[in-house]
Design a protein around this ligand. Structure first.
Ligand code: SF4
Length: 199
């Protein structure tokens, strides 16, 4: 893994790069830097593990459907000034990949946002875009399908991989590849953490 290369390529593509050794340090930084904002959070085991919802709520208005389910929360998150998501794969060459079933998470990272924060443990890093895509499809998505106990071959079968299933419970309906910071997002900050987090 080459973090220097990752930083150089992300910055060349317009992303802001931050690195922290631990999830605790990254959470402290985010709580300090996001204050007085409306904040939306996408479904993320990484963000859940960091305890960010409770901490950000102290100084912001936070919408997260994992804490308060329902369309109202999703609408608030979609309109938030700041949106937090993890990623399913990130390439040392600077591309960022996310797969989504509902679409709320990937949609919110693309447009009309003051700030998007994309958080990734080092387990999400792959050498190039193709391998980051492979990871997103064959590691992140099947493990998420298992967590949700979906009736999909990746969740019910022995081997953890994508079968490109036609199951009605398929969780992979759309994919985003950020080649660069989106024009409709003022700042896109990538927070890399030197620990294994999420899927
Ligand atoms: S497409 Fe189907 S088999 Fe592949 S990861 Fe998604 S849910 Fe699993």
């Amino acid at each position: 893994m080459n973090l220097e290369l990752l930083q150089k390529n992300l910055e060349a593509k317009g992303f802001t790069y931050r690195y922290f050794d631990t999830a605790q340090q990254a959470a402290d930084y985010l709580v300090e830097s996001i204050q007085g904002k409306t904040v939306g959070i996408g479904g993320s085991m990484t963000i859940k593990g960091m305890g960010l919802y409770d901490r950000l709520k102290e100084n912001n208005t936070v919408a997260w459907h994992w804490e308060v389910p329902g369309p109202e929360t999703l609408a608030q998150a979609a309109a938030a000034q700041v949106y937090l998501s993890s990623v399913n794969g990130i390439a040392e060459t600077g591309e960022i990949i996310n797969i989504d079933g509902t679409g709320n998470r990937i949609a919110a990272t693309l447009y009309d946002r003051e700030k998007v924060v994309l958080i990734a443990g080092v387990n999400k890093i792959a050498p190039d875009c193709d391998q980051a895509l492979w990871r997103a499809r064959n590691v992140a998505a099947p493990l998420n399908a298992r967590r949700l106990n979906r009736k999909t071959p990746c969740a019910q079968g022995e081997e953890v991989k994508c079968y490109d299933c036609k199951s009605p419970e398929r969780i992979c309906n759309g994919l985003t590849v950020l080649w660069r910071k989106m024009g409709g997002v003022k700042e896109c900050e990538v927070v890399i953490i030197g620990e294994e987090l999420g899927y």
